[in-house]
Design a protein around this ligand. Structure first.
Ligand SMILES: Cc1cc2nc3c(=O)[nH]c(=O)nc-3n(C[C@H](O)[C@H](O)[C@H](O)COP(=O)(O)OP(=O)(O)OC[C@H]3O[C@@H](n4cnc5c(N)ncnc54)[C@H](O)[C@@H]3O)c2cc1C
Length: 402
């Protein structure tokens, strides 16, 4: 067997897949459109089976050391009065072994443990894929042309590889009824390892102080009907709509909008999932958010990316035939993926849409700390979904690569 694999995307799924493919003896190249692995970032979570995967990678201690140590999450009412506070565990249903850490800490650790064994091409991207019987001819933005045995898209919700191999994203992108805008802002109220979430029906703002005492991760999210295809691609329009939606709100919201206008790291998108009937075509496959984005409402996207990378590499090592491997990859993972995606499709306790739903949520935040077993009210199915896969054991197999 002789296989060289090109991965598009160097965030979570890409480097995790690179790690496991190298472990199984494949030759790996990763192309990333950014100039390097992005550092910093909002907090993400590793839960359940994903914790076992990073333990098998030998990076569990490093990741545990980077934990956010979030003390509490406080919910505020429209006028800035406190509705209640919860521990992170009570809010998300996290188990003791689960790890919340800045996204950049995870990507840095994954990069550190692959960069000596894997070829990274930064500031580049794939512009064309031409599949032949014995490989895929790849054209890069920088002008280079190379041939790989397999190409894997690990390039996120709006995946480039998915677009090149499967066509436009519209059939796969499922809008969950919200839009969001994220950015970093000055920490004006001296938040310390905590999050403050403000709600009115159908709208939410969040400020999250993670590891930098001077800055917070800020989010504005709101209920919104299905955007048209054109609106989906209009990032600037999405941002302006966010500003208009919060324009009459009080408390600290006018300051947050001013910080948004001053920010240089704004990202704005719809809250969407990717659902595909297949994750491969010929010698091309997708993984991570590119295959099955679940949205921040589930808090499970990162865990799914890590687990998916482990399974995809393992199945490629276990099968001579890549088509059989891709089939086994999906068969092994699809139930796990659908259970975790289902976490985000019901009514959101982060952004309740009605006065009644918001009142009930706020009552729960007040009562929950009084109960003896405080876990799993908001994330009551999260632990179950996060553990809903029995991780296969893939024997290490040394594959000769060109
Ligand atoms: C606001 C927000 C909050 C979130 N909160 C949580 C949370 O609390 N818990 C959780 O588990 N998950 C959370 N997530 C989801 C989590 O970030 C993703 O599920 C996870 O990062 C998926 O990793 P990925 O590697 O598949 O994709 P991504 O992290 O999206 O990475 C894709 C990579 O591909 C690169 N790329 C894009 N286009 C190209 C191209 N043309 N060529 C080459 N490279 C390209 C990008 O630069 C990027 O490096 C959140 C996401 C967002 C947006």
């Amino acid at each position: 067997m002789s296989r060289n694999v090109l991965i598009s995307g160097a965030s979570v799924a890409g480097p995790a897949l690179a790690y496991w493919l190298h472990h199984h003896g494949f030759g790996v190249t990763v192309v990333e459109t950014a100039a390097g692995v992005r550092s910093g970032g909002y907090p993400i979570d590793l839960r359940g089976v994903a914790v076992e995967v990073v333990r098998r990678m030998g990076v569990l201690d490093e990741l545990t050391a980077a934990r956010t140590r979030t003390r509490r999450v406080t919910f505020m009412k429209a006028d800035g009065r406190r509705a209640g506070s919860l521990s992170l565990e009570a809010l998300t249903g996290s188990a003791d072994d689960d790890i919340e850490l800045p996204r950049g800490s995870l990507t840095s650790v994954l990069y550190k443990h692959t960069r000596d064994d894997v070829e990274y091409l930064f500031d580049d991207s794939i512009t064309a894929l031409d599949e032949k019987t014995d490989g895929v001819d790849v054209t890069f933005r920088g002008g280079t042309r190379r041939t790989f045995d397999l190409v894997i898209g690990a390039d996120g919700l709006h995946s480039n590889v998915r677009a090149l191999a499967f066509g436009p994203e519209e059939p796969y992108l499922h809008h969950l009824g919200y839009r969001f805008t994220g950015f970093t802002a000055p920490n004006r109220t001296a938040l310390d390892h905590e999050a403050v979430i403000w709600n009115v029906p159908g709208r939410m703002t969040a400020r999250y102080a993670v590891d930098d005492p001077d800055r917070v991760h800020a989010f504005l999210a709101f209920a919104s009907p299905q955007p048209t295809g054109e609106e989906l691609r209009d990032r600037e329009g999405n941002l302006r709509l966010t500003e208009r939606t919060f324009a009459t709100d009080r408390w600290e919201i006018p300051q947050l909008l001013a910080d948004l206008r001053a920010a240089d790291d704004v990202f704005s998108d719809t809250v969407s999932q990717i659902r595909m009937p297949t994750w491969s075509t010929g010698r091309v496959a997708v993984t991570g958010d590119a295959a099955h984005a679940t949205s921040f409402l589930s808090g499970q996207g990162t865990s799914m990316a890590v687990v998916g990378a482990y399974v995809l590499a393992g199945e490629l090592a276990a099968h001579e035939d890549h088509a059989e491997a891709f089939t086994a990859y999906r068969r092994t993972l699809i139930d796990f993926v659908e259970r975790n995606q289902a976490l985000a499709t019901g009514s959101s306790s982060l952004i309740p849409r009605t006065r009644k739903a918001l009142w009930l949520r706020n009552q729960a935040t007040r009562l929950l700390p009084l109960l003896s077993r405080t876990k799993n009210l908001f994330g009551r199915n999260t632990t179950r979904a996060a553990n809903s896969l029995t991780l296969p054991d893939y024997p290490t197999r040394t594959t000769e690569h060109r």
